[in-house]
Design a protein around this ligand. Structure first.
Ligand SMILES: Cc1cc2nc3c(=O)[nH]c(=O)nc-3n(C[C@H](O)[C@H](O)[C@H](O)COP(=O)(O)OP(=O)(O)OC[C@H]3O[C@@H](n4cnc5c(N)ncnc54)[C@H](O)[C@@H]3O)c2cc1C
Length: 320
């Protein structure tokens, strides 16, 4: 457990932004986290950032404090009754690998959330959701370490105050807790969600005769792979903005606006910062964009949507 100094965060965020962390360390046990937090370098640095897969974060400047990369591992079945399995997953487990583990063991409930990048520990942060399902529906509890007073606290679903891409950890308790593990209550008898987006259509195309969580997961994987830019190829953090609570989607609103009357933001590029050509909601780094350039583009998009439609877009991505 070594604290590195002045390291590039480029490999640690899916936007591929080359910001630097003054201090950086990974932890793979709660004891290691405790040691890091009580160490001298931590004490002299007020700001700490718990990092998962870096797939929902935009670094707009160098980070002056201590970045703590969560590498806690382990997935276990902790309880079972007639209808449910309670599965506890450590925060540093990769989300999609966790979903694949559930699919393999017939634990139903997270199949629609296949292929979302990032780690288990960040999933409750914004109540991740896709294709008609959010994690709050299968969430049982989580354990989190209070960064300032070294206590482990258990949060129930109500304690987390989940909303659309929201939780208490993004608001009141922002930067106060390191989520250690999450327990999910998964079903023995699945409830299939196929009505959202193109899921039904893809299942038909796949010629699925009998619905299963395996088939739904595969359909979601197929749709996501064909629609969303792969961060390994082009830097991005998925939807940059939340969908506003009106009938129009943010992507559509952004498409209707642009840097001037004749241009749309969709496919627009300013240096290496841009708006994806297929998904206007996804801002991208074509190579060497700076975080502040992507942020500046997001501000222009927000302003133009507000001017044209009077709708104030809210960012989904965490700005650091
Ligand atoms: C191509 C693409 C598609 C995406 N699609 C979706 C989608 O369909 N639905 C969706 O909801 N999201 C989606 N996202 C966003 C992202 O994948 C999720 O928000 C994911 O949960 C982020 O996980 P992470 O580990 O990468 O978090 P990070 O980016 O590392 O962190 C995100 C925030 O959580 C905090 N954090 C991370 N781990 C912890 C922890 N253990 N304890 C306390 N705080 C922590 C960080 O400090 C930061 O503020 C997508 C992203 C990409 C790149």
């Amino acid at each position: 457990m070594q604290i590195k100094e002045n390291i590039s965060l480029k490999p640690y965020n899916t936007f591929g932004i080359d910001a630097k962390a003054k201090y950086f360390s990974a932890f793979s046990s709660t004891d290691e986290l405790e040691d890091l937090l009580s160490g001298k370098k931590s004490k002299t640095q007020n700001t700490k950032l718990i990092l998962g897969g870096g797939s929902n974060i935009l670094f707009t400047k160098d980070f002056k404090g201590l970045v703590l990369k969560n590498e806690l591992k382990g997935i276990e079945l902790i309880k079972e009754d007639e209808n449910h399995y309670d599965i506890k997953a450590a925060a540093g487990e990769n989300w999609h690998e966790f979903v694949m583990h559930c699919i393999k063991h017939n634990y139903a409930g997270v199949e629609n959330l296949s292929l979302i990048p990032g780690n288990v520990g960040a999933a409750p942060m914004q109540n991740i959701g896709a294709y008609g399902v959010e994690i709050k529906e299968v969430f049982e509890q989580l354990e989190a370490y209070h960064i300032h007073d070294n206590r482990i606290i258990t949060f129930s679903v109500n304690d987390c105050a989940f909303g659309y891409r929201e939780s208490i950890f993004k608001r009141k308790y922002k930067n106060q807790f390191a989520i250690l593990n999450v327990t999910f209550r998964l079903r023995k008898r699945p409830i299939f969600h196929t009505s959202y987006g193109q899921v039904k259509h893809e299942l038909e195309r796949m010629d699925v005769k009998e619905l299963s969580i395996q088939a739904i997961s595969q359909a979601v994987i197929n749709i996501r792979t064909s629609k969303l830019p792969d961060p390994k190829v082009i830097g991005n953090a998925g939807s940059f903005f939340k969908n506003p609570e009106i009938s129009s989607h943010a992507g559509w609103l952004i498409e209707q606006c642009g840097p001037n009357d004749s241009l749309s933001w969709k496919g627009y590029r300013e240096g290496d910062a841009g708006c994806h050509a297929k998904q206007a909601l996804v801002l991208v780094n074509y190579g060497n964009a700076k975080g502040e350039e992507i942020y500046a583009l997001s501000e222009k998009i927000k302003d133009s949507v507000y001017k044209k439609f009077g709708v104030l877009l809210e960012r989904e991505v965490n700005i650091v």
